[in-house]
Write a protein that binds this ligand. Sequence first.
Ligand code: SF4
Length: 288
Amino acid sequence: MYSTGIDILKECEALNKPIWEIVLLDEIKNNHISETDIFNKMEEILQIMENATSHSIDKRVETLGGIIGGEGKTMMAYANSDKTISGTWITKAMARAFACSEYNASMGKICAAPTAGSCGIIPAAIITIAEKKGLSRQDMIRGLLTSAGVGKIISTNATVSGAEGGCQAECGSAAAMAAAALVEMNGGSPVQSFDAAAIALKNIMGLICDPVAGLVESPCSKRNASGVVNAIISADIALSGIRSIIPFDEVVEAMYNVGRGMHENFKETAKGGISITDTGLAYSRKIK
Ligand code: SF4
């Protein structure tokens, strides 16, 4: 059973296998689930992700607090125009992350990957890059297995909860999981996958959790959009051959220490950050 990135990397080297296969073998051995059942479950998860990222791409849905809505549709229209700065694929990924976040805020069925608040990052990354590169469903499921391995390590040694570690633990973990998956889906090595995960987590280390009116809408949906971009650029940095100076396991430990050191006002209590700005408080009064 693995509990660190080093554990997985050693297994990858010893068995000459990619991360997804080590995660798969671990599930089969320790949770007594057959390979077929795991792949069927991952296909089910992928379908939930596809629905959640496409539901509000062509229509606005009503969210619980009404703070957000329509961002997925707006961003996809922009992605399909010739006006973008960051290009079609980055903006398409952002559109899907927005759409998923919006669907979550409207009580739609999402896959908490690793949490509901950060649910848009992994699906937006995997679906968009698979579409761009013409990858198969098997490739996407392998990406999901890779991200599951990274997520398990973070939740074992730190936290993926905004209430415990701030948004760095939620959107940072999701971006790290997605970055590792993208590297593997694009033919990178296990070392590069963990480097990408470390880079993504470092990129937003210290990010607080400050939801307006205590609802998972703002700034959450935009953090999902920026989180998927973080995942994509971190994967590209690692795939280019640039290493993470600090190894993944140490970055996870550092993120946890930063989270524990954060004042409680910055950990999902809606008592700090943008939630107590004049506008944030006005939304709060309006909703309550
Ligand atoms: S701000 Fe808080 S609630 Fe919103 S996505 Fe980040 S961790 Fe989750």
